[in-house]
Design a protein around this ligand. Structure first.
Ligand SMILES: Cc1cc2nc3c(=O)[nH]c(=O)nc-3n(C[C@H](O)[C@H](O)[C@H](O)COP(=O)(O)OP(=O)(O)OC[C@H]3O[C@@H](n4cnc5c(N)ncnc54)[C@H](O)[C@@H]3O)c2cc1C
Length: 413
């Protein structure tokens, strides 16, 4: 224990993908960890229907999940690596294609159901005696004190911790209680998601078409179907959601006409409101914001959870250095360094995604965009910059994402 009578070195509020990942990494480094999660995670059934929520997990994030003890279970159960990505502008054939091999990568990413990621991380948490899970449980109040944080759960249970991590999602109650301001850009768009059967089967390619109103993406699933993410203006998304299956399918066929594959059947649909949110700061005393609690980006670049997992890996690096130096886990200078590192990265990613979204929205710029895409496709430098950043393996990425293991970090600290 790092602080007086603290029961835990670190307490994590929110056991979603980011919270469970940071808890597992810390537990595996010998920190005592409490995880407080409001909802019991779903049990993943590999024989059941594919979930509506999937994520394109970058190679860097896969390495982080490997070190968190979750990746073998993910690969064993159900996921789909993709080696190729095609991006095009509606009405302008000949967009840009990225191939993993040309960047020295084995794959560009892996499509994984969010529920499988969370369930695999929770199995890793369960196997670690240093991690205690409070679920279902919520924080009723907390005192962000100079010597430690006192946390009271709804129901009255009290915990003490040196560091409190808020990984409680975009609506983060902890962030609100701390009064941390956010820049919010409401896109007035929604992301429609569904599992789509196509002819021919998806050949293992992440395909995205930019259209006025928002992009349409087909992400490959292991059984040859695609996970669709179709961004539309909010009102139109709601109308599409209310359509019967045949009408929706026809609209989807129109939108994807002459594309990589032709949709032939559609499963249940759901829609999620899209916004960009950037917190003014990520650290307040002994409380640290991680993942969507700190920042939310448009899903068109498939980066939200990847940035959150990089936050987690970077924080573990920082806390190992603090422990090795014998200083408080909440030492302000070290947390400020982590904040500068992660805030600049998430700003860059949010800004880049926001810029692409803005550029790709006005219909009048179609020809210019198609030209721009072809330029990016031809410029080796631009391709390399985009892909290595999206792969989570740039020079600024945390060491775990660049291939070092927890053992390497522990040896060095
Ligand atoms: C349509 C769509 C497609 C996307 N596709 C991608 C993609 O391809 N790749 C990618 O990287 N990202 C993608 N994202 C973004 C990604 O889904 C999010 O970034 C990610 O889910 C954030 O994870 P998180 O753990 O930070 O937050 P969450 O997943 O929101 O988890 C927060 C957790 O905190 C818990 N919680 C909340 N309040 C409390 C409380 N008071 N007490 C205790 N627990 C609490 C919740 O129950 C939940 O389990 C997409 C998003 C959308 C909308």
């Amino acid at each position: 224990m790092s602080v007086g009578s603290s029961a835990y070195d670190v307490a994590v509020v929110g056991g979603g993908m980011v919270g469970a990942a940071v808890a597992s990494l810390l537990g595996r480094c010998g920190f005592s960890v409490a995880v407080i999660e409001a909802r019991e995670p779903a049990v993943f059934d590999p024989a059941g229907e594919v979930g509506l929520r999937v994520s394109a997990i970058s190679p860097g994030s896969a390495r982080v999940l490997e070190q968190a003890g979750a990746w073998p279970a993910i690969e064993r159960q159900r996921c789909c690596p993709y080696r190729s990505m095609q991006v095009e502008e509606a009405g302008h054939p000949g967009g840009v294609e990225f191939e993993a091999g040309s960047f020295g990568l084995e794959r560009l990413g892996t499509i994984v159901e969010n529920e499988l990621i969370q369930a695999s991380l929770w199995s890793a948490l369960q196997a670690n005696p240093l991690v205690e899970r409070f679920c279902p449980a919520r924080v009723a109040s907390f005192d962000n004190g100079t010597d430690g944080v006192s946390v009271t759960l709804e129901g009255g249970q009290r915990l003490k911790t040196a560091l409190l991590l808020a990984a409680d999602g975009a609506a983060s109650p902890l962030r609100r209680q701390l009064g941390i301001r956010q820049d919010v850009w409401d896109y007035n768009q929604q992301g429609l998601v569904a599992v789509v059967e196509t002819e021919p089967d998806n050949p293992g390619v992440a395909w995205q078409r930019f259209m006025p109103g928002g992009p349409l993406a087909f992400l490959p699933l292991r059984d040859g179907r695609s996970s669709m993410v179709w961004t539309r203006p909010a009102r139109e998304a709601q109308a599409l959601l209310a359509e019967d299956d045949d009408t929706f399918l026809k609209d989807l066929q129109d939108a994807s006409r002459d594309g990589m594959v032709r949709p032939v059947s559609i499963g249940p649909r759901a829609a999620f409101p899209l916004a960009m949110r950037l917190s003014e700061y990520y650290v307040s005393g002994r409380v640290v914001l991680l993942g969507d609690a700190a920042h939310v980006v448009h899903p068109l670049a498939g980066q939200g959870v990847n940035i959150g997992l990089a936050d987690a890996a970077a924080l573990v690096e920082t806390l190992l250095q603090s422990r090795a130096a014998g200083v408080d886990l909440a030492e302000p200078g070290r947390l400020a360094h982590w904040q500068r590192w992660r805030r600049s990265e998430s700003e860059l990613m949010a800004g880049g995604t926001h810029g692409i979204r803005t550029l790709f929205t006005p219909p009048a710029l179609g020809a210019l965009r198609a030209f721009g895409l072809r330029l990016v496709g031809k410029s080796w430098l631009a391709r390399d910059f985009f892909i290595h950043r999206a792969a989570g393996m740039s020079r600024n990425a945390p060491r775990l994402a660049r291939g070092e293991t927890l053992k390497d970090l522990l040896r060095a600290s």
